[in-house]
Design a protein around this ligand. Sequence first.
Ligand code: PLP
Length: 435
Amino acid sequence: MDALQRDPRVLAAIRETIAAARRSRAGPPPNWASEVAERYRRASDPSLRPVLNATGVVLHTNLGRAPLARQAVDAMVAVAAGYSSLEFDLPSGSRGRRSEHARAILRRLTGAEDALVVNNAAGALVLALDALGQGGEIAVSRGELIEIGGSFRIPDILARSGARLHEIGTTNRTHLDDYARALRHGVRALLIVHRSNFAQRGFVATPEPRAIAELARAAGVPCIHDLGSGLLADLSPAGLTGEPRIPDAVAAGADIVIFSGDKLLGGPQAGCMVGASAAIGRCRESPFARAVRADKLTLAALGATLRLYEGGADALREIPVLAMLLAAPAELELRARELAGCCPRSLRTELVPGSSAVGGGAFPDAQLPTTLVALSHETLGAEALALRLRTGDPAMVARVGGGRVLLDPRTLALEDFPAAAAALAAAAEPGDLPQ
Ligand SMILES: *Cc1c(COP(=O)(O)O)cnc(C)c1O
């Protein structure tokens, strides 16, 4: 009785076991105690836990997007357990601003006059639309009324910001003149949204952001550019071209450029806003800024990630997202061979050519060549094997294709291989097979 009162998980496990027995057609469990103990154990395990990503999708939103560089993790740990100079100016001993921490480095890296970091890019967009739209109308091309995923839709976000949507152009073609007409109509801001996760081909037209920004400036109206995935590095060695880089978007003259911290930048979840002092200042002063502010762990990790970019070549090696995207096909083949060597003998392995994806709403068309390890098991089907990998410890998420489980070594670091070997051995173990 004591244990029941002290630990609510015990009672919950008993109740769940009884409820499951009532639902089950097979009747009550053969062993009540072990059933309760198993549920108790599951309730005690954290549901948020590390996962081995063998999918080859580098920025997998459901798997937490960007793995952090070691330096970023160290920086988080350094401020996590104790106090920090989060909002404190040490030389003067007076109150400081948390947004100062990433400001100088973001200015240097992007060429912008000012910078602000908030919780995520969606929050940054709402903040910018609210602060600059001031309840008036904001012009957006009909070709950019997009859905990013997870119920993030530009028209809905705009409605929530208090601004009103002023649609211009058509789905496939929007001209500079459409923006000019919107300005004559009296919109409060122009919004450009990067088509992150899809590509348009055929009879299409979109003015250059530079031309739109110039038009806005001439009318004295701010221009907001939602870039989505913020790219700072040069990924053309991996054949990845066409995604706008942040400094170019800033140089094109938008008053605010918005990008995520945990997409191509390879840092923690964050919404970075860079641009003109007047526009960023309005966002900083908005009451809504407080509701979307970034926490100290984010600021520590983002700062450390950005400092790697200032080291030039270091970023490409040290930031996992960049290293994974730039991994050479020959290196991936070697890793695939090694990964196949980690598999227990009960798994048949074959190396097959395949492709990895960037993910995270960037380079939607890109297919990065890789070597996959295709797995098959004598008695377990591919779906059953994939299920056992996902629910094992450590958990591993893989693709299934052509009746086999496919492991892509691009998203597994060499340090992950011992854990991967353990996951594969546990999943392929005979006995205890799900029916
Ligand atoms: C991903 C994305 C967002 C949302 O970014 P989060 O950091 O996930 O909030 C907003 N706009 C565009 C264009 C995006 O690609």
